[in-house]
Design a protein. Structure first.
Length: 176
């Protein structure tokens, strides 16, 4: 069972828009998803590319928590921290923006430009919808430099400790 493909499907169903990168062999190698904020455009914030239902999200979580995905110990540790921090994520923490970058992930062996290409696609999409600001909540240390390099500005930092692991959550903003 492929974790990233299932995660991509959950994001497709639960975000307003999602772009998925697929390799020549059909494997999902990356994705980016966005959520419009209600204060930006109420009509857009209620419009989804796909019909919303939660069956796949429930199946995804059941597979994850029952160990049906083959995941490295390091990935499991990082995902547990990510998931715990995700529970803290709310509109107050993210702050005011037009659109939130809800998910950006790429397979390690396909990096070196794929993340940038996906963010470029999101920015293009957002410009078409007259979005002026995009924010992203991240607690993944490997992404901090990426957002800085792309041109996002750091607007908030929150320190945390979960299960003895200390880290920081960052809120970045991109004006387009």
């Amino acid at each position: 069972m492929i974790f990233l493909e299932d995660y991509a499907q959950v994001m497709v169903e639960n975000c307003h828009f999602t772009y998925v990168a697929v390799a020549d062999d059909g494997q999902v190698i990356g994705l980016i998803s966005g959520l419009y904020q209600k204060n930006f455009d109420k009509k857009l914030s209620k419009a989804y590319d796909y019909k919303r239902h939660y069956g796949l999200a429930v199946k995804f979580m059941l597979k994850y928590f029952t160990g049906l995905y083959y995941l490295s110990d390091g990935f499991k540790r990082d995902f547990k921290i990510f998931f715990a921090k995700l529970q803290e994520r709310n509109d107050k923490m993210v702050g005011v923006c037009d659109c939130e970058l809800a998910a950006l992930t790429t397979r390690k062996e396909y990096r070196k430009g794929l993340g940038t290409a996906l963010v470029n696609k999101m920015v293009e999409h957002c410009r078409e919808k007259n979005v002026k600001t995009i924010r992203v909540f991240t607690n993944t240390a490997s992404t901090y430099g990426f957002y800085d390099k792309y041109g996002f500005d750091l607007v908030k930092e929150v320190l945390f400790t979960i299960k003895g692991v200390s880290g920081r959550s960052l809120i970045y903003e991109l004006e387009i």
